[in-house]
Design a protein around this ligand. Structure first.
Ligand SMILES: Cc1cc2nc3c(=O)[nH]c(=O)nc-3n(C[C@H](O)[C@H](O)[C@H](O)COP(=O)(O)OP(=O)(O)OC[C@H]3O[C@@H](n4cnc5c(N)ncnc54)[C@H](O)[C@@H]3O)c2cc1C
Length: 519
């Protein structure tokens, strides 16, 4: 077993910036961070566009950023949350730069990109690899702090709550059971405070911009611990993922490319966005994704095109070197040929319900970053507002945690008495294959029935098909040894179930949610 003052599950921008701030604020407190893969692997690593933040007060204002956020959400965001996130943004981005992140400059000012739904240029970025650069900077900063200990390749199994106790209950979260990906050992990590920063759940779908590890594990564990999880029916699809997959992964073509003049064209080469929205190619993502979905259906094609041939070659080389290189690898010179694209699951607007300090409904448990539901995004996230949200809430949660840790805490003997996880039998190869097939089956169900356009009937079919996957998963869970693959499958099933049930309860079309029965 291990014990820490704070356990942070997840090392993306949310978990790392939380830990750095808390470690500096409370140098005597011990923080353990775990990540499912290496420290770098996360949704953050793949963020291209950057962070939406007001920094040029001549052409932009807090009021405009607030308005754009509310408008993108179809006026379903919480206005108070939007206001403080937008206003605290500049301080958090400055802090990130103080910790070592460097963003592109134009003269002495920050170079600002523009993305769909934004009325001004306000995206702070590092070429087209903003997230990778931020991750490197944060990891280096966190590694320099002696009171943060990292455990890579450990996956969350379950949160430790009263349910696991044989002693007096306090109605709190007491840490987590985690499993080693390498040797499948289950370890008990107890803590005074626990933070979930486990990121997204795009892997619920067959086509997603999220990496393989984005399986909604924090959401699944929270749901099993009876923590409130909300708004999972608001799934944002990114309109322009590269088609086909590259090395088995769906590669994103950033919206910033449409910000500098990229044009969407259907299979016949016609620019079609004029038929859907007056903001054309820079309409919000839900509008563009539905337009592409409709064009693909109309022309019976698996993709449309993004035309970047009209953009100055030096601009493409300067601002999108990674996209240019990736497309070239699969034989597409984007200065001369159209890029084949399709929408892919990108961002879960909902998550673990939290208050303004990132506290969940379970005392002692915080949730920050993409796995949380703060009220910022409502029914639809404005582009590049998620890195911003992660930074602002990580700082708020760290301040709150620092104050909580200065109050009387539970004695170490209490944590020692929490039982270890009970082990089970060995796993057969047959079973590993079965788990992988069930995962693919679930992704197929969600893509076919719970995608960009839903209906009452499609949701019913999804519920029925998912039930079979659930029963098979349950049987595996009860019969055999727990493995990282099985815990992941169990979480995917929980997230898919919540997405379907919450979709069925939502009886209007708002933001990214579109049910054709309500047109
Ligand atoms: C391709 C792409 C491009 C994007 N571009 C932008 C952009 O330009 N601007 C923007 O604002 N947003 C963008 N986003 C969204 C944004 O990147 C994410 O919302 C944000 O990075 C989430 O940060 P996070 O810290 O909450 O989670 P993540 O960065 O996803 O980190 C999650 C962490 O949790 C760990 N974890 C997960 N499950 C477990 C488990 N079971 N046990 C232990 N650890 C676990 C992972 O290993 C990882 O360390 C993009 C997303 C993608 C996928």
């Amino acid at each position: 077993m291990m014990h820490a003052d704070v356990l942070v599950v997840g090392t993306g921008i949310a978990g790392l910036s939380f830990a750095v701030r808390l470690a500096e604020r409370c140098p005597e407190k011990q923080i353990i961070m775990i990540s499912k893969r290496d420290l770098l692997e996360s949704n953050t690593k793949y963020a291209q566009g950057g962070i939406a933040v007001v920094s040029n007060f001549t052409n932009d204002s807090y009021a405009d950023h607030v308005d754009d956020t509310l408008k993108a959400s179809d006026y379903t965001s919480d206005p108070d949350v939007v206001d403080f996130v937008v206003r605290e943004g500049p301080k958090r981005v400055q802090e990130l730069m103080d910790w070592g992140a460097q963003f592109d400059k134009k003269g002495t000012s920050l170079h600002l990109g523009k993305e769909g739904g934004h009325s001004a240029e306000r995206i702070v970025h590092h070429k087209d690899q903003s997230g990778l650069h931020i991750q490197h900077a944060l990891i280096a900063k966190a590694r320099s702090l002696p009171n943060i200990t990292f455990f890579e390749n450990f996956s969350l199994v379950d949160l430790i709550t009263d349910h696991h106790l044989s002693t007096t209950a306090h109605g709190k979260c007491y840490g987590a059971y985690v499993i080693s990906i390498e040797d499948e050992r289950i370890v008990k990590i107890t803590s005074q405070l626990t933070v979930l920063s486990t990121g997204g759940a795009g892997q619920v779908y067959a086509h997603t911009t999220n990496p393989n590890a984005a399986t909604g594990d924090g959401l699944g564990a929270a749901y099993r611990a009876k923590v409130r999880v909300e708004n999972l029916h608001f799934v944002q699809f990114h309109p322009t993922a590269l088609f086909p997959k590259v090395d088995g992964n769906t590669f994103l073509i950033t919206e910033a490319m449409r910000g500098v003049g990229g044009v969407l064209r259907n299979i016949d080469g016609e620019a079609f966005m004029k038929d859907y929205d007056e903001r054309l190619d820079l309409a919000p993502r839900d509008v563009v994704s539905r337009a592409i979905h409709s064009e693909m259906k109309k022309h019976q094609t698996s993709h449309v095109f993004l035309d970047a041939t009209n953009i100055d070659k030096s601009k493409l080389q300067q601002e999108f070197p990674n996209i240019m290189a990736t497309c070239l690898d699969i034989g597409i010179d984007i200065t001369k040929a159209y890029i084949p694209v399709l929408p892919a699951a990108h961002y879960i607007c909902g998550g673990i319900d939290v208050n303004e300090h990132g506290q969940s409904s379970l005392p002692g448990l915080y949730a920050i970053g993409e796995c949380s539901h703060t009220g910022l995004h409502g029914a639809n996230r404005l582009a590049s507002n998620s890195l911003l949200e992660a930074l602002v809430y990580a700082a708020r949660a760290a301040e709150h945690a620092a104050n909580t840790l200065s109050e009387p805490l539970l004695p170490k003997s209490f944590f020692d008495a929490i039982p270890a996880w009970l082990g089970t039998e060995d796993v057969s190869n047959e079973r590993v294959k079965r788990i992988s097939l069930l995962r693919q089956e679930l992704q197929g169900i969600m893509s076919q029935h719970v995608g960009i356009v839903k209906s009452g009937e499609s949701l019913r079919q999804a519920e029925k098909a998912l039930h079979d996957v659930y029963m098979s998963t349950k049987a595996l869970y009860q019969e055999d040894k727990l493995t990282p693959q099985l815990t992941t499958l169990r979480n995917l099933v929980s997230v898919a179930y919540l997405m379907i049930k919450q979709s069925q309860k939502y009886t209007k079309n708002k933001g990214v949610y579109f049910n054709q029965d309500y047109v």
